[in-house]
Design a protein around this ligand. Sequence first.
Ligand code: ADP
Length: 530
Amino acid sequence: MKNLSFKIKTTILITVITSILCAICMSIIGIAGFRAANSETQQKLVRAVERNVDEIEYKNGTLEIENDFAFYSNGVYCNVYSEDFNLLKGEIPENLSDPGEFENETVRKAKIDGENYYFYDSRLDFFKYEYEIDAFTGTILSCENDTVQTKTESAYKENNDISGGIGLDKATEIAIADAGISEDDIFSIATEYQHESKRDIYKVEFTLKETTLDSVWIRGIVLSNSSDVYLAVNRVILYLIPAFILVAALCAYMISKKTIGPVEKITRSAHEINSGNDLTRRIEIGEGNDEIYTLADTFNEMFARLQDSFESEKQFTSDASHELRTPLAVIKAECDFAMSPAADDEDKEEAFESISEQTDKMTHLVNELLILTRAEQSTEKFNFQNINLSELIESECQKFVPQKGISLTSDIEKDICLTVDVSLVGRMLDNLLSNAVKYGKENGKIKVSLIKADKQVILSVKDDGIGIKEEELPKIWSRFYRADTSRGEVEGFGLGLSLVKRIAALNNAEVEVKSVYGEGSEFLVKFFKN
Ligand code: ADP
């Protein structure tokens, strides 16, 4: 797993999670469906049996099954059995010839020959007698024995006997006599006079305490389709889960590809930039605001900084070699000349003087380069301490001996204390003062001041020298940069101000220059109080 790509890992993870969720959901759906199917089958069975209850009755003492009795309907077999469980009428599945035990109004399940069946039995007890008796002649028109769902004691008698008729009491008597029972056996009785289109009749209904007619059973049988449902659900799950896994894996792969795509692009670009050493190239992943685009921007900023840094390093090396080449060429030429037979002693002396001068120049350049490099790489161990800066500046000014008849004055606010590196600040001031002299006029003036401003301590070195053209002001801090006016006329390598800037930064200060070309310059070092 460790060695797999992020894309594959994400794909596997999402696929596994989706598959598990999908399996859980499907199982829940399957179980719910299975239960619903079972319960639906049972309800169907009970409904079929109950519907048939009304289709069986005794007419004039003979058991009659109405034509509407549904022996088979909607997958449910309904059969009629005698009280002693003999099949009276109906069809049953072949393998169910044995009726098994009967149990009134209970759904039961049985496995027969590997198939699941539900059974539901309803026992019909014929407690109810329904007589229709001619109101005038007392003739029994019909007699039915029926089942009663609930035996209530509330009996009603209507005393609307018709004149000339036999009367309700007589009709009741006829009915009871026909049924062959005594009045003590009757649980409840209801009578009613009805006038029909052709005749007048008395309806006499009574329920018995004990029935005298044989009971019958209706048995409903249905094949449980739960196993079908189970199989169907299983089949669906069997097909659906792999399909889901496939879809989930595809989606996961697409998502992770889309997510990781820009990261891969960044990695590829960074790798190409790294291997090709082409720092001018940038990562291009289009426009966007999310984390990936921020990452690309950060990389691009880093490449830009690296490019700047490498280019200035390259420039630095080329400038440094260039500066060293001139004195080396002079030394070589002087040596060749001094060694030639044409050179007399005086020529040789001149040559040696020139060689010595060029060597001093080179030494000076190398020293300056060394200091600058150390300061820039911060490899030198600096010694920062809280000192009286006023005293340091004052003593440096006193030590400095200006040439060209230039006068140096100072205006130093007393007892300004700061944490700085004494030797670095001394070198910085020396560079500024040397420049003020180098680029100052004969008999000119230099003024050094140190003041405490709001949150800063400001050191100023001001001269009335040649000044710097406005367009050159931003460039003078670069290494090896020399203004046009300085080249050839004044000695130098263009490293002094770079060192000043670096020393200022190391001492928590920043530099600034104000200059008017032809009138003079002021260099400001602004220390932040610490
Ligand atoms: P260098 O003095 O060796 O040329 P610096 O880095 O000290 O190098 O100065 C860079 C350039 O800035 C100089 O060549 C010069 O043109 C300009 N410069 C520095 N200081 C002054 C100054 N006080 N007055 C006028 N120009 C100056």
